[in-house]
Design a protein around this ligand. Sequence first.
Ligand code: COA
Ligand code: AMP
Length: 634
Amino acid sequence: MTSGTAQSRYEQVYADWARDPEGWWAARAEGLSWTRRWDRVLDASRPPLYRWFPGGMLNTCYNALDRHVAAGRGAQAALVYDSPMAGRLESLTYAELTERTARFAGALARLGVGRGDRVIVYMPMVPEAVIAMLACARLGAIHSVVFGGFAANELATRIADAKPKVIVSASCGLEPGRVVKYKPLLDAAIELSPHKPAHCVILQRPQEKAPLMAKRDFDWDEAVAGAPAAECVPVAATDPLYILYTSGTTGKPKGVVRDNGGHAVALANSMEMVYGARAGDAYWAASDVGWVVGHSYIVYGPLLAGCTTILYEGKPVGTPDAGAYWRVSAQHKVRVLFTAPTAIRAIKKEDPEGRLLRQHDLSRLDALFLAGERCDPDTVQWAERLLARPVIDHWWQTETGWTISGDFRGYGLFPVKAGSAGRPAPGYDVRVLGEDHRPVPPGQIGSIVVKLPLPPGTLPTLWQNEEGFRAAYLDEFPGHYKTADAGMIDTDGYVWVMSRTDDIINVAGHRLSTGAMEEVLASHKDVAECAVVGVKDSLKGQVPMGLVVLKSGVNRPEAEIAAELVGMVREKIGPVAAFKDARVVQRLPKTRSGKILRATIRKIADGESYVMPPTIDDPVTLDEIAGLLKGAMR
Ligand code: COA
Ligand code: AMP
């Protein structure tokens, strides 16, 4: 599987792309259906801002659904919904998914949604979430999906920024052991937001009936009843398809924009190039539609490629056991499985010998793909040994929407180096720069950047915030996109992604901002100052830990304050932050000029060696914090 031929095939394709990037992408765009051909492949007239396929017109929903029906795939399963949480199994063919999407688009149109309008989708993992996204695409409206594990406050920030005309939600989500009532969270978020949507459409799930507000709220079924099937509205290739908010360095999330044309081209191409998946294959991204992996590889990628996508409402363990992923893979004849390393670690912990795995027929499975966080070599090797199939780590981000580096199933595969995230995808010129902004020699750690222009499918800007886009990604390394990841490229050209250069931590494959958590802790009446760091965790990769200094004169029990802080983060950011550990400390280590030494604390938390900064005010405090963090690592 890992032959020299495969390696040269990758090298050949990469060289083809590098020789003529525009010709290479134009050839890939031919496979889609356009209502108007592009004038140019790349508009490079305003560097460092670039646009792909200007002049082109298409509809993403048409390409993901109707096109396949027209080509004779109407009777093939497009979406399989498998929910151990709800005890439901449902399959929708391409013809059925097209019909239901067109009707829901008709319902949205009746509520006044049209091209360019925003629609927030705050939903659990149910087929209606996918239908709502595709219905927006059908109308040329812009969806913004908000992950269900976020609290009202986070939802409110997104409502305020995206200014949706309509919000589509459900009465509840289902988590092991509890029903998460969405409607009170939604109502609270609308209350908090200065912008109010005109309407909400609520899917009433049998586990929980939500009270609806007259005139503003509509039951999903009633909204759809009698709605005409909406036609696909052609939009400009450069028009936004969606906004996906992701953690930035402050409490204010960044609205990553995805365009229609470049996105469709890049994702359709990635299905075969990266995953080796073809029309008719069953493809399963075990993620959530609220994350980028869900957008790209539960919804758009597999459907653009004519695959059958699996929508799984459950967990890797406990629903009912650590064999769930293998059961779903076998039952739906999954060819490509994609998940986060944390899920595999959870399975490995409960079923280290793979007894549950062996109970299922995985003969159709071709490869396991991992992304979302750095994968420890142990986990890769464990999965390789038990599955006897390629286990491929690939690196990407919400901003890029698809693989920056990995191994390429479509080109055979080259030898894996466990711990590295493979080699750059055709489309990306990846470099590592030092503090002087010059390339560092192979094997040396620096900031990983991508030479501009970024390929199609990556973010063209932030939602109504071009300045923020430049400041966050383009200004620091002129001519390059800053990934905010640090790492190296070795002498064989493999990329090693080691850590973030900002305050983002990765908790169970979820991207979270420690800055946002610090804002919450700092708002507690007894807290004078604080720092939040990610502490190593053998299951979740990292978990946040809060260090707080109390205001002088506060003498309430520390445990009581800590419990309040944990409650506040859950309340303001959401359970997904997994913030469960707050410690009161006497002082935080600072420089003599009074700056908290966050970078040094972070290094200690990452288990890296650190040098006592020469400007430190009080070395004893740093030693104390180091002891505390080491004691908390699991
Ligand atoms: N709606 C509401 N709450 C949610 C939620 C959702 N959609 N998703 C998670 N939560 C809650 C959980 O119930 C949990 O709450 P608790 O503190 O009351 O227990 C909390 O958020 C943390 O959830 P999670 O990080 O999922 O941890 P866990 O301990 O429940 O499960 C794993 C651990 C490893 C099994 C789980 O994290 C997992 O499946 N990870 C895979 C991650 C993934 O697919 N990431 C996508 C990127 S590719
Ligand atoms: P998100 O935007 O949530 O997808 O998170 C993106 C971040 O997760 C990246 O910038 C990396 O820090 C990390 N990440 C994702 N995939 C990998 C990987 N395969 N290896 C190392 N880090 C990864």
